[in-house]
Design a protein around this ligand. Structure first.
Ligand code: KIV
Length: 276
């Protein structure tokens, strides 16, 4: 049982939370991408992506909804399990969808499903001060947790749309305080979405756990993007932080390899992908 993962591929040992902590300590950038099925899971894994997120963005890019709100637990389990079958090295993180973590007990039940049936190694929830008790409860049951701050897509109907967060001083200070509190509550990773680069840097320097950014500037410990955005197959207007890695690539595998390389070397994100 214990060696099931460790022995899968001795040349490419599986990524764990300890791997990510070491990468942060050694200032080696962490490359993360979303995937929703086994074929892309395998392609990302082979391209050297460190963390694969079975994200609830599947509600938009797979199901065609205009937000992530309609995504259900059953759908997350289904897609997470599919991605898990494609992975050998990468760490699988899976989103707890909208309204699946309204109480500590509900969060524990659903996180358990994502890990047992969905193959997740860490669960992600969109968080702020009101989720502290939930993060603490999950951490107290040894469930690895990533706390997602900044633009929280599950809350767009309340917050007024997909907008840059933390531009005003008060909001920035609240986000910094939330980040520190979530770390203290037991979050193993933080994910910052769509915030000014300066705030991304401040939060990354203020905490001790690895910080992954999407539209949060170059100073976070790692970067994540939605796979279909970098492959340029998402319709409509793209967010400022998206770069098309298919441009100049011969196929999807080359595009993903170019993304991993760009994250590792720091050539992505560039100034044009940042928010002030
Ligand atoms: O669901 C998702 O794809 C995400 C990313 C935007 C980080 O949460």
């Amino acid at each position: 049982m214990y060696t099931q993962l460790q022995n899968r591929d001795v040349d490419r040992p599986p990524v764990t939370l300890a791997t990510l902590a070491r990468m942060r300590a050694e200032q080696q950038k962490i490359a993360c991408l979303t995937a929703y099925d086994a074929s892309f899971g395998r392609l990302l894994d082979e391209a050297g992506v460190d963390v694969v997120l079975a994200g609830d963005s599947l509600g938009m890019v797979i199901q065609g909804h205009d937000t992530t709100v309609p995504v259900t637990m059953d759908q997350m389990v289904y897609h997470s399990a599919a991605v898990a079958r494609g992975l050998r090295r990468a760490l699988l993180m899976t989103d707890l969808p909208f309204m699946s973590y309204t109480s500590p007990q509900q969060a524990l039940t659903n996180a358990t499903r994502l890990m047992q049936d969905g193959g997740a190694r860490i669960v992600k929830l969109e968080s702020g001060a009101s989720q502290l008790q939930i993060v603490e409860f999950l951490a107290g049951h040894d469930i690895p947790v990533c706390a997602h701050l900044g633009l929280r897509p599950q809350s767009v109907h309340k917050t007024g749309g997909f907008r840059v967060q933390g531009r005003e001083q008060q909001a920035a200070e609240r986000m910094l305080a939330d980040a520190r509190a979530l770390e203290a509550a037991g979050a193993d990773l933080l994910l910052l979405e769509c915030i000014p680069s300066a705030l991304g840097k401040t939060i990354t320097e203020a905490v001790h756990v690895p910080v992954i950014g999407i539209g949060a500037g170059p100073s976070t410990d790692g970067q994540i993007l939605v796979l279909y955005d970098i492959l340029d197959i998402t319709g409509g207007r793209k967010p400022r932080f998206v770069r098309n890695f298919m441009a100049g690539a011969g196929d999807c595998a080359q595009a993903v390899q170019a993304y991993v390389e760009a994250v590792r070397t720091g050539s992505y994100p560039a100034a044009e992908h940042e928010f002030a």
